[in-house]
Structure formats: C-alpha cells, structure tokens
Write a protein that binds this ligand. Structure first.
Ligand SMILES: [Zn+2]
Length: 218
C-alpha cells in the first residue's frame, strides 16, 4: 500500500473515530467545529516507549501556542506505522540518553507516512482533557507555554515534506487548537525563538499551516 492510499484510509478512519468520540465526550467543546476531527494517535504504550527517567510535570493550565519542529532524522521512504514507532523510539533514546532528559522532549510526532505518535508520557491524556498539559523540552523559554509537535525528517536542506505528513500535521494542529482553545495564529516554528534551522521548510510553510488550520476551526 502506498503512502497516499494509507493516508486517505487514515483520514477516513480519523473522521469516523472523531464522530464516535465526539458523541462519547462530555461537554460541548466540539460543537460547531465539524471540520476538526480527532486523529488516531499511537500512545507511548502502543509504540513501546521506555518509562521516563524522572518525574513528568503536569502544568495545571492550558498551553497558549503550538511550536512546530523537525526531528532532523533521515528522510525515510518507509511510510509505515512500524517506521513511525521506530522513529518515536529513536527520538526518545536520543533525548533520554544523549540529552539526559526525563523523556521525549516533544508532545507529539508526525511521521513521514502520516502516523502520529505520543512523545512525552501523559501528553495524550492531558490533550484529551483539554485543561492541562505536560512540561516538554523542545524550545528553550517556551516549554511551559507551548505544545511541541515534531515532524519526522530533515527539512533544512531542500527536502519537502511528504503530502501525508503535511495533511496529518494540519489535522493534528487543528485538534490541538480545538482542545486547548489555541488560535491558529499562534502556531509558530522553533526558529522563531532560537538560533536553529528547525523546522526548515516547515517554517516557510507556517502561513499556509495557520490558514489550513484556521479553515478547519471555522
Ligand atoms: Zn526544533
């Protein structure tokens, strides 16, 4: 199955799951936001994360922005779910063993094939709750305010993101914005805050990302 077919199937599944979940959720957070669907997100348990090597801090308020990253990994042509899980493990090992962090620095990762994995433990539970989030480690000075979403791959040297990754990033950003009440205008890139090449061409695409997310939010 090629990546595009896989994406269409996944988006269809995500839409269906969103409808079911919307009916099951308490409250009215989704009322009037028909274009916001709940994407499938593979939890740390699903992809077999290591336990954190220290405490995860839960911040008892909502984040006010999203910051987009790339993981500077290889631009894999493997668009499978297994590759998304392998990439999630690679990032976690890097952040824990090389950087010495308690866990993955990002809250969520989007693979080149359009599969979403939870990064730091408890990011998913708190996202569903919509009123708190976990302290990440992705952007100096902004970690207590922003959700960090990282795209698999390296986009600072001319590579363009696969369509599946772009489409799922839009869906995920819209869902995060909707759950936390974040305006699409508050989606930024890592280089807005630090001397870094991250997230490469995704930074040039931020106006388009904000526009597509805003259209979904209505
Ligand atoms: Zn970054």
């Amino acid at each position: 199955m090629n990546g595009e077919k896989s994406l269409r199937r996944r988006l269809l599944l995500a839409g269906t799951a969103g409808l079911v979940a919307a009916g099951a959720l308490q409250g009215t957070a989704r009322a009037g936001t028909a274009d916001v669907v709940e994407p499938d997100i593979d939890s740390t348990r699903t992809w077999g994360a290591r336990p954190p090597q220290g405490g995860i801090s839960v911040l008892r308020y909502r984040p006010s922005s999203i910051i987009v990253h790339h993981t500077a990994s290889a631009n894999s042509s493997d668009f499978s779910r297994a590759q998304a899980h392998s990439h999630a493990r690679w990032v976690q090992n890097l952040h824990m063993d090389k950087n010495g962090w308690v866990d993955t620095g990002y809250h969520f990762l989007v693979s080149r094939g359009g599969w979403i994995t939870e990064g730091r433990h408890d990011s998913l539970r708190t996202l569903y709750g919509g009123s708190e989030f976990v302290l990440g480690a992705h952007t100096a000075g902004r970690n207590d305010q922003a959700i960090g979403i990282a795209s698999e791959g390296s986009y600072h040297a001319g590579a363009l993101p696969p369509q599946a990754q772009w489409d799922v990033l839009v869906v995920l950003c819209a869902f995060v914005c909707e759950r936390y009440g974040i305006p699409a205008s508050r989606i930024h890139g890592h280089k807005d805050y630090s001397a870094t090449l991250c997230p490469g061409v995704y930074h040039d695409m931020l106006p388009q990302l904000r526009g597509e997310v805003a259209a979904r939010l209505g």
